[in-house]
Design a protein around this ligand. Structure first.
Ligand code: ADP
Ligand code: MG
Length: 242
């Protein structure tokens, strides 16, 4: 079942043509990794999915919602999508548990006790149940990012978007965050991930999308992409990072 569909999508920032004729269909349960050089439009593409950025032309349908249509109730769609950024954006004056339960209680109108129970389950899933009453500043970067993932999951989203979730972390903390993402992927979560972690991309992605200068240049399985890239630009990219 298709859950995300870009059809001839273009986006401009003023005069700057940042996304060029994007056609991309993502199936429910698929894990898609977006690779490409800095400035190629990866974050913009991701942010269009929950309309953190508006598209300029074309059609974008996500979980049945017409994202391109100004009349669409975008808040309903956003409840279905969790997003994790490079920086965690946790509320500094709220505990870990409060960070996770805030949206479910406010937005989903979940009963607070039920929300806390769900949050504890999620903290167990990301491996830090003992941090429930800690404040973000008392956690390592890797732990904070795992809380951010738990917070995203607390809304029971159908789609999780990850924008370089490990890029701001010290190397020894990258693995623990990738492990959580790997678990989510195995459980069948639909995931669109921008990352520079090639091991993760190779192992976990169902499909790799390679972007350059606002275009999708190449799409393939990890096997095809890493072992037999077709485009010169892809080969150059891979030669620089591998
Ligand atoms: P990536 O995530 O691949 O590094 P981005 O989507 O962040 O790429 O950015 C693509 C291009 O769009 C870059 O040249 C960037 O400078 C530009 N850009 C990003 N956000 C904005 C914005 N809000 N206004 C104008 N230009 C932007
Ligand atoms: Mg980016």
């Amino acid at each position: 079942m298709t859950i995300i569909q870009f059809t001839n999508v273009n986006k401009y920032y003023g005069d700057f043509h940042v996304l060029k004729d994007i056609n991309l269909t993502i199936q429910s349960g698929e894990v898609v990794v977006i690779l490409g050089p800095s400035g190629s439009g990866k974050s913009t593409l991701l942010r269009c999915i929950n309309r953190l950025e508006d598209i300029s032309s074309g059609e974008l349908i996500v979980d049945g919602f017409k994202v391109h249509d100004k009349n669409t109730n975008i808040n309903l769609l956003r409840q279905e999508i969790g997003m994790v950024f490079q920086h965690f954006y946790l509320y500094p004056h709220k505990t870990v548990l409060e960070n996770i339960t805030l949206a479910p209680i406010k937005v989903r109108k979940m009963n607070p006790e039920e929300a806390r129970k769900g949050a504890m389950e999620l903290l167990t899933k990301v491996g830090i149940p003992e941090k429930a009453n800690a404040y973000p500043s008392q956690l390592s970067g890797g732990q904070q990012q795992r809380v951010a993932i738990a917070r995203g999951l607390a809304m029971k989203p159908k789609i999780m978007l990850f924008d370089e979730p490990t890029s701001a972390l010290d190397p020894e903390m990258i693995g623990e965050v990738l492990d959580v993402m790997r678990t989510l992927a195995k459980e069948g979560m639909t995931m669109v991930c921008v990352t520079h972690e090639m091991g993760f991309a190779r192992e976990v992605a169902d499909r790799i999308i390679f972007m350059d200068e606002g275009r999708i240049l190449e799409v393939g399985t990890p096997e095809e992409f890493f072992n037999n890239p077709k485009e010169e630009r892809t080969k150059l990219f891979l030669s620089r990072i591998l």
